[in-house]
Design a protein around this ligand. Sequence first.
Ligand SMILES: NC(=O)c1ccc[n+]([C@@H]2O[C@H](COP(=O)([O-])OP(=O)(O)OC[C@H]3O[C@@H](n4cnc5c(N)ncnc54)[C@H](OP(=O)(O)O)[C@@H]3O)[C@@H](O)[C@H]2O)c1
Length: 278
Amino acid sequence: MTLTIDSTVTLNNGVEMPIFGLGVWRSGQGAETENAVKWALEAGYRAIDTAALYQNEAEVGKIVKSGIRPREEIFVTSKVWVDDLSYEGTKAAFDASMDKLGLDYVDLYLVHWPVSDWKGAWRALEEIYENTDRVRAIGVSNFLIHHMEELLSFARVRPVVNQIEYHPYLQSKALHAYCKEQGIPLTAWAPIMKGKVLEVPELIAIGEKYGKSAVQVTLRWMLQTGVITIPKSVHKERVDANCDLYDFELSDEEIGIIDSLDQGDEGRIGIHPDRFGE
Ligand SMILES: NC(=O)c1ccc[n+]([C@@H]2O[C@H](COP(=O)([O-])OP(=O)(O)OC[C@H]3O[C@@H](n4cnc5c(N)ncnc54)[C@H](OP(=O)(O)O)[C@@H]3O)[C@@H](O)[C@H]2O)c1
């Protein structure tokens, strides 16, 4: 099937999630986030990934509601932060996020990290999902295989995605295979290694063949391999360039080259989920 900027992944509850979107971690409050989201929606992005932690849910909600495109064409994700991981805490945190977003519903709501009372948090998410129209899907972030196994052992509602650090140097192949088997796609955070993919010779070489940057090659690799991706930028030219992915196609051989760049845990940029808070 031909990929376009409107391509979606069908989640295990039937909801269609755009496979490509904008991340807004460290996008500043006020004009910085508002402009990034506005440029993204104008360029055709259909998904925005925020979180309570990012302190820019209000800006995201404001632009989503501004009419650049209909609300139902935009997929908004937010997340409950670790301080609120308990049954009661998560219910209150969800209400607070919805107030800030100012939206009738959020498309996807995630447990941000598997720490503290994340199981209580999951029960709260299940209840919000089952008893209200305020969330279309629920999922997790930074869950390893052992967290997923624990979750699936008691969950009434299956998580629809697992959002993890994922890029050419950290491919978590066992976790990816496990989630795939369970019908739970990955969303990649830090997909372009915070810009560092621009220094990877193999990605540069592949890009030269198509007149594309190493960032574009990396994002295209994710789209072609079914990984949801949410690169962040607050610069218009990068917001535009990061979605210019639909006029070239990587060969199986090139996908194999990128697959072989995995460095396992050595390639990790962020926190290991089992060492969060240490
Ligand atoms: N669930 C989690 O725990 C978690 C953790 C981290 C992130 N996330 C989500 O995932 C999203 C993406 O991850 P990320 O923001 O950490 O990293 P990223 O998307 O890999 O990289 C963002 C960085 O790369 C720069 N950049 C963007 N486009 C570029 C380009 N074309 N050329 C060169 N540099 C470029 C950005 O700078 P400028 O903005 O200055 O352009 C920014 O510094 C986040 O925004 C957030 O929504 C989730």
